[in-house]
Design a protein around this ligand. Structure first.
Ligand code: GRF
Length: 195
């Protein structure tokens, strides 16, 4: 299976996905890492791992989401991906874009969905006094952060946690969860698998 990964920033999840695919005995291989930010640090990490990269600056399209997506689709379709992974990708995709990849697009979200879709998930969990937090890998559908859940990883919320300390604890578990779920998804497994 050919996997394309969309990033917006550091790309730490992308690195783990690529390294796991490159470790061998994996049903998928990385064919493209693309970002909406030409300055995304993850682009250099992908290149260092030997994965082709592309950058389409969403700021060049001044809020015209469809025009941005049309530009992003160029390198994406050239890569002929079977699976599209969103990994720290911070742009909302239109239903038209999502429908092109429906059923073969997955995302990692830093909360225990359905709790806290959207942004600032760690601050919201702390504010709510939750005992646990975590990350969710789900299929991407046209409802934001609401597609079928493929797996979750949980962490304790510790007394005195800040959004930054909780984010670091969750991110470490994202790095375990996402590669595992991509292996399963690429092998055709769809039932939920929590770690
Ligand atoms: C992190 O907040 C992570 O929880 C979320 O996207 C952000 C950046 O991740 N999934 P990455 O380092 O770019 O993969």
């Amino acid at each position: 299976k050919r996997v394309a990964i969309l990033i917006s920033g550091s790309g730490s999840n992308m690195v783990r996905l690529v390294q796991d695919m490159q470790a061998g005995d994996h049903p998928a291989r990385p064919v493209l890492v693309a970002s909406n930010d030409p300055n995304a640090a993850g682009l250099a990490k992908a290149a260092a791992l030997g994965v082709p990269t592309a950058a389409v600056d969403h700021r060049a399209f001044k809020g015209d989401r469809s025009a941005f997506e049309a530009a992003l689709l160029q390198p994406l379709l050239d890569a002929r991906p079977d699976i599209l992974c969103l990994a720290g990708f911070m742009r909302i995709l239109t239903p038209a874009f999502i429908e092109r990849f429906e059923g073969r697009m997955i995302n990692i979200h830093p909360s225990l969905l359905p709790k806290y879709p959207g942004l600032h998930t760690h601050a919201r969990a702390i504010e709510a006094g939750d005992a646990e937090a975590g990350a969710t890998v789900h299929e991407v559908t046209t409802d934001l952060d609401s597609g079928p859940i493929l797996g979750q990883a949980r962490v304790p919320v510790e007394p005195g946690d800040t959004p930054a300390t909780l984010a670091a604890r969750v991110l470490a578990r994202e790095h375990q969860l996402y590669p595992l779920i991509l292996r399963r998804f690429a092998a055709g497994a769809r039932e939920r698998f929590d770690i």
